[in-house]
Design a binder for this molecule. Structure first.
Ligand SMILES: [Cu+2]
Length: 181
């Protein structure tokens, strides 16, 4: 009469295996806590956008935008395009489309600033952050930011979600000095 016990045990093992498989399937390629950002709403943008001068520019005015750049973000941890060239003084509207199945974000900064921030995101994956130079975009959605590149140089845009930055989700923005052809 140990037949029922055996089949129950077998079923339990099967269920455990299924659960493990389901967990594995939702885990992206990287072992980092990538899920962290997904279902938490970020701090909503309240009031006027803070116009604070950063090394990589300043928040832009939607009215002064003459150029709009579409950027795709995918679960293979890549941006399309991965290189963007602008001119100093240019106000750009970024239309950031998440074509993947997990949350992604588009954060403009210096290489150093993004690296520092990405490290924080690994230590505190639930950290909520929102600034005029970043867009958090849920799967299938599109985000928009307007940024004025009033400093020349080489900058970066990145997805700082834990594991994504480390997986190479980084692009380059070249800001050519004003007055040069
Ligand atoms: Cu991402």
């Amino acid at each position: 009469m140990n037949e029922p016990t055996t089949s129950l045990l077998t079923r339990r093992i099967a269920i455990t295996r299924m659960a493990a498989a389901a967990t594995a399937a939702t885990l992206p390629l990287l072992a980092a806590p990538v899920q962290a950002h997904t279902d938490k709403p970020h701090v909503p943008k309240t009031g006027p956008v803070r116009k604070e001068q950063k090394d990589w520019g300043i928040a832009g005015d939607a009215r002064s935008v003459k150029r709009s750049i579409e950027v795709g973000m995918a679960d293979n941890m890549r941006f399309t395009p991965a290189r963007i060239a602008v001119r100093q003084g240019e106000a750009v509207k970024f239309v950031v489309r998440n074509t993947g199945k997990v949350m992604h974000e588009f954060v403009i900064g210096t290489k150093a600033e993004n690296a520092r921030h990405a490290e924080m995101m690994v230590k505190f994956p639930d950290m909520e952050h929102d600034e005029p130079y970043m867009a958090h975009v849920p799967p299938g959605k599109t985000g928009e930011i307007v940024w004025t590149f009033n400093r020349a140089g080489e900058f970066e845009f990145a997805c700082l979600i834990a594991g994504h930055y480390q997986g190479g989700m980084v692009g380059t923005i070249m800001v050519a000095p004003a007055g040069k052809a």
